[in-house]
Write a new protein. Structure first.
Length: 340
């Protein structure tokens, strides 16, 4: 199950159905695969973007031909690909132009983003490895945060049909293929979005070229249900106890494919989504790292929330009866907040 997670967890629904009698009806779902804006407080994820991944292939000839002989008569497939991509994305701004991929942003989520930005300020973009002199896609911190969490954007993650530079010759290539990864708003219909992208890319192919978009996978985003008072209080107390700072709420730009599925399967459950993917953690990169002091405190926060959940269920436990100030003493947080 863990190994197939990056492929969308296609088998997870089977196991949940198979074990439904043992699982019962969960009242709390905790996911620890999300992110954090900094390493100084508890971050609670309120939304995740969906995604549409596929291959855009453009073919114009049956084989490669000499570019000196054919250019000006045969159009280049790279240019055709750029042309059809401009139907779904503004090449100057990066804005997605397909209406089916856009959603209204709820006021509460804008407020949460603003609260996070008030803390992070420039860190909303300085956490990424920009080259010296490079700039983000705008200078409004709130808009950048909403871009990352609530708006659709396209990334070209791979290409084929292009030889390596060392062996590239004067050949007009027959085909160009791009792997496209499109992040979708949390409340966007991923199936309708994938169909709309395919429609726009394949309609009226320039020069009669063969233009095909093959949808590889599409995933639904996720929106947190309204938080019950006990969970809101427990997360607030946990952050203050173990980090010494208030908890913050906000969306994440990535996707956790099975969260939407769990939300549909357990509509009455509360959700605590959090994680350790913070600044410079570089998920999926060769130098991915874990901020261990932060992770220790996060572990304590989750244990604290579970204890409060147990107390609601009438279970006993040593931490249940503790007041927040008592828990601080029990766990021995030093003044600098580094020792748990």
């Amino acid at each position: 199950i863990n190994a197939e997670y990056m492929g969308g967890s296609r088998d997870l629904p089977y196991y949940i159905e198979h074990l439904k009698e043992r699982l019962g009806t969960p009242s709390l779902v905790i996911c620890l695969d999300s992110g954090c804006g900094n390493y100084e407080q508890l971050w609670v994820t309120t939304s995740l973007r969906g995604m549409c991944v596929g291959e855009l292939s453009v073919t114009i000839t049956s084989e490669g031909v000499h570019s000196g002989d054919a250019s000006g008569i045969i159009p280049d497939t790279f240019r055709i690909a750029r042309h059809v991509l401009s139907r779904i994305e503004d090449p100057a701004t990066g804005e997605i132009l397909v209406p089916e991929l856009k959603c209204e942003i709820p006021t509460k989520h804008i407020e949460w983003s603003q609260q996070a930005i008030d803390v992070l300020k420039d860190e909303v973009y300085t956490c990424f490895p920009f080259l010296k002199g490079a700039t983000p896609m705008g200078n409004n911190h709130l808009e950048l945060a909403l871009n990352r969490t609530w708006r659709p954007f396209l990334t070209v993650t791979g290409a084929s049909g292009l030889p390596p530079l060392s062996s590239a010759g004067n050949v007009l290539r027959p085909n160009t293929t791009f792997k496209l990864s499109i992040r979708l708003p949390p409340s966007c219909d991923n199936v309708a979005a994938a169909s709309a992208v395919k429609r726009e890319l394949e309609r009226d192919p320039p020069y009669g070229a063969e233009v095909v978009f093959r949808v590889e996978k599409s995933g639904l985003g996720w929106l947190a249900p309204e938080t019950e008072e006990w969970l809101e209080t427990a997360t607030a107390d946990a952050s203050n106890i173990f980090y010494g700072k208030p908890a913050l709420y906000g969306g994440e730009g990535g996707s956790i494919p099975f969260m939407g599925m769990l939300g549909r399967m357990f509509p009455n459950a509360q959700f605590l989504i959090t994680g350790v993917l913070g600044p410079q953690s570089n998920a999926h990169g060769p130098n991915e790292f874990l901020h261990i002091p932060f992770a220790k405190k996060l572990t304590c926060c989750v244990a604290y929330v579970l204890s409060k959940h147990g107390l609601r269920k009438g279970q006993s436990g040593s931490i249940n009866a503790m007041k927040p100030e008592e828990a601080t003493q029990h766990y021995g947080r030093e003044k600098d907040g580094t020792k748990i």
